[in-house]
Design a protein around this ligand. Structure first.
Ligand code: BTN
Length: 246
């Protein structure tokens, strides 16, 4: 393991050649008391986790990391951090690669309808305070994607040139450490997220939740981060956890 802490930044990076999942390592470290802004990075994951119990293909060349946060906000506000991470990363990718990165609810980053990055979060909290909130991000950078994932794309493929994963990571963390995010009201975080959103305004969608599949017209993302879908009978459904297919 190679630990690296920059002088000017608050983050503490722990880099591993291989782990099962940076989410598992981050949780263990959080339970053991690691500081806020601990970042676990792996060159490769043998059991990379995706949302909704899926796997996340994690071959060498991709960027796989989990940030441990102990933010000074109530647990009900915790959801804003993944939305913040998503718009910060989308904006960074637009800047460094000059690509039209968009956000698909909840936190996928797409380019040309193909998935470039995915995020998931795990929180442990008591009634009034967050013990830890771990945000895991997978970004396809220089990795070769399998034919089994035709809807995925990597930065290298888009730009025709490899990228430094270290550079992308540190630039992302530098931007994410903006102090205003801890005090940003969730509604403002959602509004910032919406500036990059794809498929939330009057878009036909199919949303798969852990219990059911819902079809209708996506109308909005509300201030709790839930997708609002108008069903064919005219009623509206708020969906907090699910996969959205446009
Ligand atoms: C998704 O879109 O389904 C979310 C994918 C999240 C993948 C990242 S890779 C780093 C971190 N460790 C994991 O096991 N998963 C997340």
């Amino acid at each position: 393991m190679n630990n690296q802490q920059t002088q000017k930044d608050r983050y503490h990076i722990h880099r591993f050649p291989e782990v099962d999942s940076t989410m598992r390592v981050a949780k263990d470290m959080a339970l053991a008391g690691c500081p806020d802004w601990t970042v676990i990075v792996a060159d490769r994951q043998t059991g990379g986790r995706g949302r909704m119990d899926r796997q996340w293909q994690s071959d060498r060349g991709g960027l796989y990391f989990t940030i441990v946060r102990r933010p000074p906000v109530r647990p009900t506000e915790g959801f804003k951090y993944t939305f913040i991470a998503a718009f910060v990363l989308a904006d960074l990718l637009r800047t460094i690669c000059n690509i039209d990165a968009g956000l698909k609810w909840p936190n996928d980053i797409l380019v040309d309808k193909k998935k470039l990055s995915g995020m998931l979060s795990a929180m442990q909290a008591s009634q009034n305070r967050i013990d830890f909130l771990n945000i895991g991000i997978g970004l396809n950078v220089n990795n070769t994607l399998s034919h089994a994932a035709p809807d995925a794309i990597a930065l290298q493929e888009i730009a025709g040139t490899p990228f430094s994963r270290q550079d992308v990571l540190t630039r992302f963390l530098d931007r994410l450490q903006d102090n205003s995010y801890d005090t940003m009201p969730p509604a403002e975080a959602i509004n910032r997220w919406k500036q990059y959103a794809i498929g939330i305004h009057h878009t036909p969608v199919r949303v798969v939740t852990l219990r059911e599949t819902v079809q209708g017209i996506a109308e909005d993302v509300d201030n709790t981060g839930a997708l609002v879908v108008r069903l064919h009978d005219g009623t509206r459904r708020r969906i907090s956890v699910g996969d959205c297919f446009i």
